[in-house]
Ligand binder design. Structure first.
Ligand SMILES: [Zn+2]
Ligand SMILES: [Zn+2]
Length: 157
């Protein structure tokens, strides 16, 4: 699918709003229509210092409404309101003992630019891939994120 996304192509370039091709959610991923996204200095560091390999689709503080879920997702369903946080593996010792913020794979999953399975879900129109940021790249019309990134919130909030 297509999504307008905030992208920086290489170090030193300005951000651009570009048409990006976003892969459909895999079995353990969720498609979210973005309602809001914060922006903070970490996005600027992603723009300026290559926290994830360039080119990169930025944004890491997303919130939105679930549009579609992969076949193995049971924690949220279409229409749920969600916020989107950082990526963690869920199986290392720190994740298993309730400390996903200390995930052994935190750097790779949030700043490696690729997804849990090593793939890239954002592509430019020429077919080349973009890095994701924090596994979400929330400065975009649509977000695909792994279920670990997604937290359901009360619709009345
Ligand atoms: Zn931030
Ligand atoms: Zn972990």
């Amino acid at each position: 699918m297509r999504s307008k996304s905030v992208v920086v192509l290489s170090q030193g370039e300005d951000i651009q709003l570009k048409d990006v091709i976003l892969d459909e959610p895999k079995d353990n991923e969720i498609l979210i229509k973005t309602v809001a996204s914060g922006i903070c200095h970490t996005d600027l560091a992603g723009r300026d210092y290559g926290m994830s390999p360039y080119p990169v689709a930025l944004g890491h503080e997303g919130a939105g409404i679930v549009e579609k879920v992969g076949s193995s997702i049971s924690t949220v369903q279409s229409g749920d309101h969600v916020v989107i946080s950082f990526a963690y593996c869920g199986h290392c010792r720190n994740c298993r003992t309730g400390h996903p913020g200390l995930c052994y794979n935190l750097n790779e999953l949030n700043f490696g630019g690729h997804e849990y399975d090593g793939s890239h879900r954002h592509h430019l129109e020429d077919g080349s891939h973009l890095s994701s940021f924090f596994g979400q790249s929330s400065l975009s019309e649509y977000i695909v994120a792994h279920e670990n990134n997604v937290v359901k919130v009360d619709k009345s909030c």
